[in-house]
Ligand binder design. Structure first.
Ligand SMILES: [Zn+2]
Length: 526
């Protein structure tokens, strides 16, 4: 079956795969060629015309949490809560709709935007809901707050010691309910599976992404343990839904043992064409928002701490090699400049043992030293970045990293100029999934350090060719690549960032077939 997609224009990023024309010929789910319609046209070739549209490669989000996203769309989101009274109202409303005793999980809590400018404690939560465990996750995913019932369920009291790589906030009565990094697991694990995402919820969430023009994601998935244990075994949920997914999920598994990684790779490999095993995800540090990112020097607005380095060269190195042996990639979370440096050390040792540099990715790369920018490029490792973080952190970022570091924070221009491969992503549900907003922020940076801005062509390239490469896909629009295409109402390389934000998706094609999209479907929940 041969089809040509025809629109007045092709919008293609300037990344070496750029080809001129206004039509793409598709055969058997793959791209056959790109060119002017007059050259492609012939008898027997059916034509899909999109007058007024622009064809661009399908958007790839290289770092996305699909199950947590599906959970958010159906769950309790707290990001826009104005103050504690508003939090109380939302939490009590939610509790009223849950079965008796069922744990209440909330997400996207943000102390920076609450009038009180602090996280609630277990005492606050107990006054609102005390008859069931309550766990509220901070939007960064690196801090949570539990009520007394949830602490009890986790067996946590004044005698509990901090786990390795995490901490419990304490007052004179013992733990306050605020748990950081690996300590989140102490409250999440006893509630494992209590907020399990249904297959249909995942399929609906991925259909919402197709409506935004996303055709593939680098899907970060857990195996039912860790800080998101409430969601259930994400590998299992993705594998079960595989046959009904409208887009493709290339899965990076958060596994702590090689056996777990093997088991997950097997399950994902057998799931079906829209799901694959893409590698392992490990953590080098926490977040800037939670002051848990590992910095070389202390935070400017909290000089008593420089964050928490979580990388273990031995254990993480062994898991990384296991992922590569399974044909996968390695994704290491590193936000602070110290964590980025330690992650590059790990990459360097993996490369010395034969790893292909293009299989190694560092996630976020929020703050980086000048010398590590050069090392990044020399090693040939990929930086998987989230321009949307800049939009959420505008208020406090400069104060937190200080004047000496702000110029090398989200340093997209410096990285690109040094020759580092950049892959675009949202880290959704840390940020909304809208890739057009991400591209716009890569360009205007909400006004923050404009010298680090990308051009429209570079921004589109980061969310297409760059992110495709970071999950192991062929260059978009190259002959034989999957016919994953999006038709939009404007050329994002030639309009302003604000106009990119208004982009409307006209059609989304995955593997040479149009996907049913519903532009009215909600794709966010604050
Ligand atoms: Zn993430």
């Amino acid at each position: 079956h041969m089809t040509a997609l025809i629109a007045p224009r092709l919008g293609i990023a300037d990344d070496g795969v750029g080809q001129d024309g206004n039509a793409v010929e598709i055969a058997g789910g793959s791209v056959l060629r790109v060119g002017p319609v007059e050259e492609l046209r012939r008898p027997g070739l059916s034509e899909e015309r999109y007058p007024g549209g622009v064809i661009v490669p399908g958007i790839v989000d290289a770092h996305f949490h699909p199950v947590a996203y599906a959970s958010l769309l159906n769950g309790l989101s707290l990001k826009t809560a104005a103050d504690f009274a508003d939090l109380q109202r939302r939490i009590q409303n939610r509790a009223a709709g849950l079965d008796q005793g069922r744990p209440l999980i909330g997400v996207r809590l943000d102390d920076e935007t609450l009038a009180e400018r602090r996280l609630p404690t277990r005492h606050d939560l107990d006054a609102w809901v005390s008859d069931r465990p309550v766990v509220l996750h901070r939007y960064c995913g690196h801090i949570a707050v539990a009520n007394t019932a949830a602490l009890k369920a986790g067996g946590i009291d004044a005698s509990t010691v901090d786990p390795e790589g995490g901490s419990l906030d304490r007052d004179e009565e013992g733990p306050t309910g605020v748990v950081r990094e690996t300590a989140i697991e102490l409250v999440a694990m006893p509630l494992a599976g209590s907020n399990r995402v249904e297959q249909t919820q995942l399929v609906d969430a991925m259909t919402a992404l197709a409506g935004l023009g996303i055709t593939s994601i680098g899907a970060i998935v857990g195996i039912g343990d860790g800080p998101w244990a409430e969601l259930g075994n994400e590998v299992e949920i993705v594998a079960e839904a595989a046959r009904d997914l409208p887009i493709k999920l290339h899965c990076f598994v958060i596994a702590n043992t090689i056996d777990d990684l093997h088991e997950a790779a097997g399950m994902l490999g057998a799931a079906g064409a829209r799901v694959s095993f893409a590698g392992v995800k490990r953590f080098g540090d926490g977040s800037l928002g939670g002051h848990t990112a590992a910095m070389c020097l202390p935070f400017t607005d909290r000089p008593e701490t420089s964050g928490l380095l979580r990388l273990d060269p031995e254990a993480d190195g062994a898991l990384a090699r296991a992922a590569i042996d399974l044909g996968g990639r390695v994704a290491v979370h590193a936000i602070g400049d110290c964590a980025v440096g330690a992650s590059l050390d790990l990459c360097e040792s993996l490369i010395a043992r034969g790893a292909e540099p293009s299989r190694l990715r560092i996630e976020h790369v929020s703050v980086i030293t000048e010398s590590d920018i050069d090392r990044f490029s020399r090693l040939g490792v990929t930086a998987v970045v989230q321009p949307a973080f800049i939009g959420s952190e505008t208020e406090w970022l400069a104060a937190r990293v200080g004047p000496d570091r702000i110029g090398r924070t989200y340093a997209f221009r410096s990285l690109l100029d040094a020759g580092v491969a950049l892959a675009g992503s949202s880290d959704c549900p840390v940020e909304p999934p809208d890739p057009w907003a991400g591209m716009a922020l890569a360009r205007d940076r909400a006004g923050l350090v404009p010298e680090q801005s990308l051009t429209g062509t570079e921004a589109l390239g980061m969310f297409t060719a760059g992110s495709a490469s970071a999950i192991g896909l062929a260059p978009p629009l190259s002959t034989g690549s999957a016919a994953d295409l999006v038709v939009i109402d404007r050329d994002p390389t030639s309009v302003t960032p604000d106009e990119v934000r208004q982009t409307q998706v006209i059609a989304t094609w995955v593997d040479g077939e149009p996907v049913e999209i519903d532009p009215g479907r909600p794709h966010w929940n604050d």
